[in-house]
Design a protein around this ligand. Structure first.
Ligand code: CP
Length: 305
């Protein structure tokens, strides 16, 4: 079993992982031996603070070991991804890979002889969505009768949030005037619509009026933010997405908790002031990545606390 996208996971698998993550957070001592003698290979093509650290520390806390590999410092770039993945999988027991392109992640997965976890590609970020669901369950006491609004660019984070929420019984509204081209997944949106739990609108103020959570992510992919050739598109997006910012004026219409997968670009998708309010739970959300990923590791490797 792998975790490439939550599209491949059943509602039961998603909900059981969220439940397990909550138990792990409350009782970490029960899981201190859960990964003894197990190694996690961590292959990253892109930078990371949360995903890298939470997986690495999570393995250590469960008695296991993690090997971080910066793509540029390996021979993956010089060889066939599938071949290198097969070799890597003879050394480690599970792999987390952050790949720029979903297709390369699929190639890597096809070569691996051990479970592969998507640590965020251009199309999906399933570990983020599981941490997000855990955070919503923690704040509300359960995932029943929960409504979350996602505002901004329809991207990898939004895709995973939409599929995760609709499978977990959470109502999700997308206020997303544009889609990142490489994140386009029409089948995912169609499946979400069929659940009756997914709505789409461009009226952010109305959407948040009965929301429990309002969520956003960067309008500009991290890898392009400082890229000189992307500056024109960056300026266009800043103008186009300004009405979709989470700011103090929006929060006058709602008591919803503010979520952000981080890192945040304050003053763009979210105002600096909002990030500093108690209504913003982004740091708890980031912490929960680790607990949720521990639950993912246990599930994929069929291990218990
Ligand atoms: N949210 C998230 O995946 O953060 P990092 O890019 O820092 O891992």
């Amino acid at each position: 079993m792998d975790l490439i996208t939550l599209k491949d996971w059943s509602p039961y698998e998603i909900l059981a992982t969220v439940e397990e993550a909550l138990v792990i957070k409350d009782h970490p001592e029960r899981f201190r031996q859960a990964m003894v003698d197990q190694s996690l290979g961590m292959l990253f093509q892109k930078t990371s603070t949360r995903t890298r650290t939470s997986f690495e520390v999570g393995m250590t806390q469960m008695g296991g070991h993690a090997v971080y590999m910066d793509w540029q410092a390996t021979n993956f770039a010089l060889a066939d991804v599938k071949d290198e993945a097969q070799v890597l999988s003879r050394y480690v027991d599970v792999i987390v890979a952050r790949m720029k392109h979903h297709g390369d992640l699929l190639d890597l997965t096809s070569g691996s002889e051990v479970p592969v976890i998507n640590g965020c590609c251009d199309r999906y970020h399933p570990c983020q969505a599981l941490g997000d669901l855990m955070t919503m369950a923690e704040v509300r006491g359960s995932l029943e009768d929960v409504h979350i609004v996602y505002t901004g660019v329809l991207n990898n984070v939004a895709n995973s949030l939409i599929v995760g929420c609709t499978k977990a019984g959470v109502r999700v509204t997308a206020v997303t005037p544009e889609t990142n081209p490489s994140s386009q997944d029409d089948a995912l949106l169609e499946a979400a619509r069929e659940t009756g739990l997914f709505a789409e609108t461009l009226d952010l103020k109305s959407a948040v009026s009965d929301a429990d959570f309002v969520y956003t992510d960067t309008w500009i992919d991290m890898e392009f933010f400082l890229e000189p050739s992307y500056q024109e598109e960056k300026e266009r997006r800043i103008k186009a997405f300004e009405p979709y910012q989470i700011n103090e004026a929006l929060l006058e219409s709602t008591d919803a908790y503010v979520m952000h997968c981080l890192p945040a670009h304050k003053g763009y998708e979210v105002s600096a002031g909002v990030m500093d309010t108690p209504q913003c739970i982004a740091v708890d959300q980031a912490e929960n990545r680790m607990h949720a990923q521990k639950a993912v590791l246990l599930r994929l490797m069929d291990r218990e606390g």
